[in-house]
Design a binder for this molecule. Structure first.
Ligand SMILES: C[S@@+](CC[C@H](N)C(=O)[O-])C[C@H]1O[C@@H](n2cnc3c(N)ncnc32)[C@H](O)[C@@H]1O
Length: 259
């Protein structure tokens, strides 16, 4: 077997991200080596394992009590079980009072517009987040994207860089579950807070480039939805082809639902 398939970013089977996202996240963390990190949305610990491998300490948030069962695996993670809408602002305030600073945050919990806006706003407002790299997962999804747009990142005084399509996501064009057809999933947004940075040195998605959701809209507008049966065949074929190269992640991404 080629050693590629044994790399931590490839071999992990309980990580709900596609390969490009995994390499981007792991590469970012390997260079940042954040002393203090936050993860909002842990599920089976796929992304947490890589964050914990590179950070000194991680605060992990998840509403699902089963996530606490991962605790034995880590000696540098504090688990917070409950709704991030309540717990994240509380813990950030506590860290601020202690004079601690959050260096990195991954937001990948509830993907509703309100929840993404809420988790993002909590990080933006926190005194503990002044020079912080934030990654949002599923930035190609319409709900998530709307939540990010609500934050008006280019207008926020702390935001020095906002690349909402840093890693592009996928539009589902065919699937046996018709509910998924026409929806976009995956994608990583990269947001860097650097309070006090010269506004002229800030950077955002270039207006010269077409955003990924606009590409998806254009595709959807130009193609009639395939019939359900044809869709099923196409999805199976495409998932098999991708899986042959990158493992099971492609199937996982289509199988998962937004939480
Ligand atoms: C997509 S999964 C996280 C995947 C993980 N980051 C990975 O890459 O493997 C989303 C997680 O967010 C949690 N979640 C959903 N809504 C939440 C909320 N309001 N507060 C905290 N966690 C929430 C779910 O229980 C689920 O475990």
């Amino acid at each position: 077997m080629h050693p590629f398939f044994a790399l931590p970013a490839v071999a992990a089977d309980r990580w709900q991200m596609q390969q490009g996202e995994r390499f981007a996240l792991d590469g970012l963390l390997a260079q940042l080596r954040p002393p203090l990190a936050i993860e909002v949305g842990t599920f089976e610990g796929g992304s947490l394992r890589r964050i914990a491998a590179h950070a000194e300490h991680v605060h992990a948030f998840d509403v699902d009590p089963r996530v606490a069962g991962l605790a034995d695996e880590f000696d540098n993670v504090t688990f917070h079980i409950g709704d991030s809408a309540e717990l994240l602002p509380q813990v950030l305030a506590e860290l601020g009072r202690e004079g601690r600073h959050v260096d990195f945050a991954l937001v990948d919990a509830s993907h509703t517009r309100a929840a993404v806006r809420g988790d993002g706003a909590a990080l933006l407002a926190a005194d503990a987040c002044r020079q912080t790299v934030i990654v949002f997962h599923d930035s190609a999804n319409a709900e998530v994207r709307a939540g990010l747009d609500d934050l008006d990142l280019p207008g926020h005084p702390k935001v020095a860089l906002a690349l909402l399509d840093c890693v592009p996501g996928y539009l589902v064009r065919a699937h046996h579950d018709p509910e998924l057809v026409g929806q976009a999933f995956n994608g990583l947004a990269l947001v860097v807070l650097d309070d006090g940075r010269d506004p002229r040195a800030r950077g955002y998605d270039a207006p010269e480039f077409v955003p990924i959701p606009a590409l998806h809209d254009a595709y959807a507008g130009a193609h009639e939805q395939p019939a359900r049966a044809a869709g099923k065949a196409a999805a199976v074929g495409s998932a098999a082809a991708v899986s042959a190269v990158v493992g099971a992640a492609a199937g996982a991404l289509l199988a998962r639902r937004l939480r």
